[in-house]
Design a protein around this ligand. Structure first.
Ligand code: NAD
Length: 492
């Protein structure tokens, strides 16, 4: 029997104002397994008001230790419930259980990391030209934050936003993706159990119209969004109306660059991690593998062998390495990309279809797919597929690799594989991205800032700088003197 969930607004559990719901479908068999409220504009308004009341009513004045203690309690609860939460998330979006388990613990780690900052948000004392002027800054929470997440990693992505927001003293309204909302509502129960005051954390569910109602609400003080670039642009336009600050974590077409001097075994493993983990449904997918000509054939053979050996199946099975893609729309979209790449002349080396057999019959499965000799300007090398489809592109020189890597609209991350330290530094400096991995790929840390440039986004998550997105700097200047001044000339 599907479970029916409610939204969490102002510390209370509620249906949508008009009682409308939508089903959550399991991507393995397309069966509805949960029903979720489709929020109305009235519900969004109630959530924003609850967040405002909680902010003005005291949360913004709580001391850092109180916020940190609550966040540590939340992290403990998430760790204790990690297995249940991982099972829910795997059922919701089809991501393999071996990854969702890690993601729950990593989300908890992020709450612990930002809890550590909550009581250390001090300003600066600034010496001015005139000794009689005392100047210092304070850092204050921005207010009510709208946190909008995508379906591919709901809990991990939420932690990137909610942890710094709570540490900074903001209150929030969360809107998860309609494709995977269950864990966010289950997580709201953990927030309630942790003891956060009513209204500090609110969750509304539903489709993009709910996100639009939230981002357009005049009571929102900042927006943090993770999702597609087109949606990010639409949100920016709405935010401009109210001059609401935005943090955007958007799409990518990341280059994983293998130089001839690389440790090939490691590089091939990095290539596989880059594109076939999470069935390629990750913003940091290393969807372009750039390989230096001298080792091109060897790398292609090894990557293809590894791709063919990937165990595709039920994501709840611990031995499964790649599950289905999350939705029917995504299933069709990825297949259309494959079809067009074939028509446009890329060489299909592995996969390209949907796996056959009873186990796959009702799920959104796609074979691990590798195209070789892909032109750097081909659609497959330019557009985000968000599926298990790798484009391998040869290059000759370092300069060429840099030009190809930078030659897309995106700029999220890049991977470099080389034993040459000078080259690693040289190339990393030239790459137009928010993060570079050298001799590793798809490795994350709570302390390391993450985010993109160009069409991949604005702002940073994780690490110390993420707090800046949720804080305003206020300057205080105090005149200790009582000397007479000319009121018609600015004092400097
Ligand atoms: P999406 O843009 O379709 O949806 C994301 C969220 O925005 C959902 O909650 C959706 O309901 C909401 N939304 C839709 N229209 C809206 C509107 N007009 N106003 C406000 N909210 C609206 O993205 P998706 O399909 O869920 O996720 C896939 C995309 O997310 C990919 O492009 C991927 O690269 C990106 N992504 C980026 C990161 C990152 O950190 N850079 C991480 C994960 C995913």
């Amino acid at each position: 029997m599907p479970t029916t969930y409610q939204m969490y607004i102002g510390g209370a559990w509620r249906d949508a104002a008009d009682s409308a719901t939508f089903p959550a479908l399991n991507p393995v068999d397309q069966q509805p397994w949960a029903h979720l409220p489709q929020a109305t504009a009235e519900d969004v308004d109630a959530a924003v008001k609850a967040a405002r009341e909680a902010f003005d009513g005291g949360w913004k004045y709580t001391n850092g230790l109180t916020r940190a203690t609550l966040m540590q309690r939340l992290a403990e609860l998430l760790e204790a419930e990690a297995e249940r939460m991982a099972q829910l998330e795997t059922t919701d979006n089809g991501k393999v259980i071996r990854e969702t388990r890690v993601q729950m613990r990593f989300a908890a780690r992020n709450y612990r990391y930002f809890a550590g900052w909550a009581d250390k948000l001090h300003g600066e004392s600034i010496p001015l030209d005139r000794p009689e002027l005392v100047d210092f800054t304070t850092r204050e929470p921005r207010g009510v934050a709208a946190l909008i997440t995508s379906w591919n990693s709901p809990m991990a992505i939420l932690a990137n936003k909610l942890a710094p927001a709570l540490a900074a003293g903001c209150t929030v309204v969360i809107k998860p993706s309609e494709m995977a909302s269950v864990t966010t509502l289950a997580f709201a129960e953990l927030c309630e159990r942790a003891g956060f005051p009513a209204g500090v954390i609110n969750v509304v569910t539903g489709d993009g119209s709910v996100g639009a109602a939230l981002t357009g609400h005049p009571g929102i003080d900042l927006i943090s969004f993770t999702g597609g670039t087109a949606t990010g642009k639409a949100i920016s336009r709405v935010a401009a109306e109210h001059l609401t600050p935005v943090t955007l974590e958007l799409g990518g077409k990341s280059a994983n660059i293998v130089f001839a001097d690389a440790d090939l075994e490691q590089a091939v493993t990095g290539a596989v991690a880059g594109i076939f983990a999470a069935a390629g449904q990750t913003c940091i997918a290393g969807s372009r593998l750039l390989v230096q000509r001298e080792i091109y054939d060897r790398v292609v053979v090894q990557v293809c062998q590894r791709a063919q050996a990937i165990r595709v199946g039920d994501p709840r099975d611990e031995s499964t390495e790649m599950g289905p893609v999350a939705t029917q729309a995504q299933h069709q979209r990825v297949q259309a990309f494959i079809q067009r790449a074939r028509e446009q002349g890329a060489t299909l080396a592995v996969g390209g279809g949907v796996p056959q057999g009873e186990a796959y019959a009702r799920g959104y499965f796609i074979e691990p797919t590798v195209f070789t000799e892909v032109a750097a300007d081909a659609e497959l090398a330019q557009e985000e597929v968000f599926g298990p489809v790798l484009a391998i592109i040869p290059f000759d020189t370092e300069e060429q690799a840099i030009a190809i890597a930078n030659g897309t609209a995106y700029g999220l991350v890049a991977g470099l594989w080389t034993q040459n330290l000078a080259r690693a530094h040289r190339v990393a400096r030239c790459l137009e991205v928010g993060g570079v991995w050298v001799n590793t790929y798809r490795t994350s840390a709570a302390q390391a800032p993450f985010g993109g440039v160009k069409a991949s986004g604005i702002g940073r998550e994780r690490g110390l700088h993420a707090l800046d997105e949720y804080l305003e700097i206020k300057n205080l200047m105090i005149d200790l003197s009582s000397e007479a001044r000319d009121p018609f000339a600015i004092r400097t």
